[in-house]
Design a protein around this ligand. Structure first.
Ligand SMILES: [Zn+2]
Length: 486
């Protein structure tokens, strides 16, 4: 499938060469039209390319993990401020969350940027596995590129509003901790996305496409049992084991597993299970995540998991407690928005790689045992995109405002994600090229939303029809997330 998509897109791109501004039909979606404002935003991304690449590389080198992204958030917020945005820092109780705003009135178009790294996967910008700093974090999800590209798009739009070529407001949302607590969920609960007419986001990937597939809804739980300690040999009859309860609970979950939808997932780890065998454990703690492509299924599983916990507590004469610690909704795909993004990807044409870059990608593929096909060069069609497991806090926002999402290739095809290959290409020219394409595609699509009220209305009409009056509620406990002190 991937090969067919690639050939298809390459042909489409070839048709576009030398025809800037022309309309080329590809399937049901035509390449977008280039207007003066759109050309100006594309030129703006080019003009800021060195700064954006520099920002991305700094954030790549900082490699700060969730809610520790102090220097990364400051780098983006400072640059936005220098470019003329009003910046509000430390929003929603998170020191590394911020909102940068420019302009006034409607429409209000938002764009999201992430910048958190993953722990323990430090890597040089090299085609062999080699940590930059052993034990440190690394950008194995490419969020260094994500933040810089989205800010670049926001700046391009800001310049057009300042020049009087576009009317309305642009908001850049600096959203921390996607890999952990989901900073967007806290920002959403604070109402920061209220009043936004549409919001855009992208994600680094191993291929390029306007996304037509959803993500999985998820709820994260802490299941705790409290029993009574006693000497495990001397007076065990006085004890009531919390670990017995935890074992019966996980056994119950594994029995339940046969009677859930094939689309559902339950995965757990045991975080506390006693200290020494000669003490009957008084406390046990299990972390359990529930997922499905539909939030209703997750809610149904959650109700059953509560019963399993109650049952395990009853059997062991302990007490059980189930706490929802977080979660995210399933992504509400906006097809009108995806078609718009796709048409702008077709206008821009795909990234071209040098032989050296393709060789770099193939060396990574050889090292990780995946086919040596190099980098994806093209735009995948809207049709036939496979659903792949995973959850994101972007999905929560998709229930508050119509959300347009694009994936752009920044890593070798099929190379392991959340791992060293993504860190490696995210810190060199392969990642930079993807980042600049993402910035241009997002800016060009935003221009259409400002310039074409009918297109924005279609995006919003679809959003209203699909949400059907559902009121968004964040899966997070009261108060801000705990910010690491160290
Ligand atoms: Zn990510």
């Amino acid at each position: 499938m991937q090969r067919i998509g690639l050939l298809f897109a390459t042909t489409a791109a070839a048709l576009l060469v030398g025809s800037a501004g022309a309309t080329t039909t590809v399937g049901a979606v035509k390449a977008a039209k280039e207007t003066p404002a759109k050309r100006a935003t594309i030129n703006s991304v080019e003009r800021h390319a060195a700064d954006l690449t520099g920002l991305s590389d700094r954030i790549w080198a900082y490699a700060e993990t969730a809610l520790r992204e102090t220097r990364s958030a400051a780098a983006l917020a400072d640059y936005g401020e220098q470019q003329g945005f009003r910046v509000e820092r430390g929003v929603a109780g998170m020191p590394t969350a911020f909102v940068a705003t420019f302009g006034s009135g409607r429409p209000v178009i938002g764009i999201m940027g992430e910048y958190d790294a993953l722990p323990g996967i430090s890597q040089k910008a090299s085609a062999v596995q080699e940590p930059l700093e052993p034990g440190a974090g690394g950008h194995g999800c490419g969020h260094n590129l994500f933040g810089a590209a989205s800010l670049g798009a926001a700046i391009a739009i800001k310049e057009q509003i300042a020049a009087g070529k576009l009317k309305g407001t642009v908001k850049f949302f600096g959203t921390p901790a996607e890999e952990d607590v989901g900073g967007k969920v806290y920002m959403a609960r604070e109402g920061l996305f209220d009043g936004v007419d549409a919001v855009l986001a992208w994600h680094p990937s191993d291929e390029t496409q306007a996304d037509m597939v959803s993500s999985q809804a998820m709820v994260t739980l802490l299941v705790e049992f409290e029993g009574r300690a006693a000497h495990a040999a001397g007076d065990p009859w006085n004890g009531r084991s919390a670990v017995d309860a935890a074992e019966l609970f996980t056994h119950g979950i594994n029995m339940m597993r046969e009677h859930i939808k094939p689309t559902s997932r339950m995965h757990y780890v045991i975080l506390a299970g006693g200290d020494v065998p000669n003490v009957v454990p008084a406390y046990a703690r299990v972390s359990l995540w529930l997922r499905d492509w539909k939030r209703d299924e997750v809610e149904g599983m959650l109700a059953r998991v509560r019963k399993v916990a109650d049952g395990a507590a009853t059997m062991t004469e302990t007490t059980g407690k189930v706490s929802v610690t977080g979660g995210s909704w399933d992504m509400l795909v906006n097809e009108a928005g995806a078609r718009l993004l796709h048409s702008n990807l077709l206008l821009l044409g795909p990234v071209k790689y040098t032989d050296a870059e393709q060789d770099f990608a193939k060396r990574i593929q050889r090292a990780t045992g995946v086919p040596e096909v190099g980098m994806f060069e093209g735009v995948k069609p809207l049709e036939g995109q496979p659903e792949e497991g995973g959850s994101t806090d972007v999905a929560d926002i998709s229930w508050i405002a119509p959300t347009l999402h694009v994936s752009v290739a920044t890593a070798p095809v099929d190379a392991p994600w959340h791992a060293w290959p993504v860190v490696a290409t995210g810190g060199m020219s392969i990642g930079h090229k993807g980042m600049l394409l993402a910035a241009k595609a997002l800016a060009a699509t935003m221009v259409d939303l400002y310039e074409q009220p009918g297109t924005l209305a279609a995006v919003q009409t679809e959003f209203k029809a699909k949400t059907g009056g559902t009121v968004y509620k964040a899966y997070v406990p009261d108060g801000p997330p705990p910010v690491p002190k160290d």
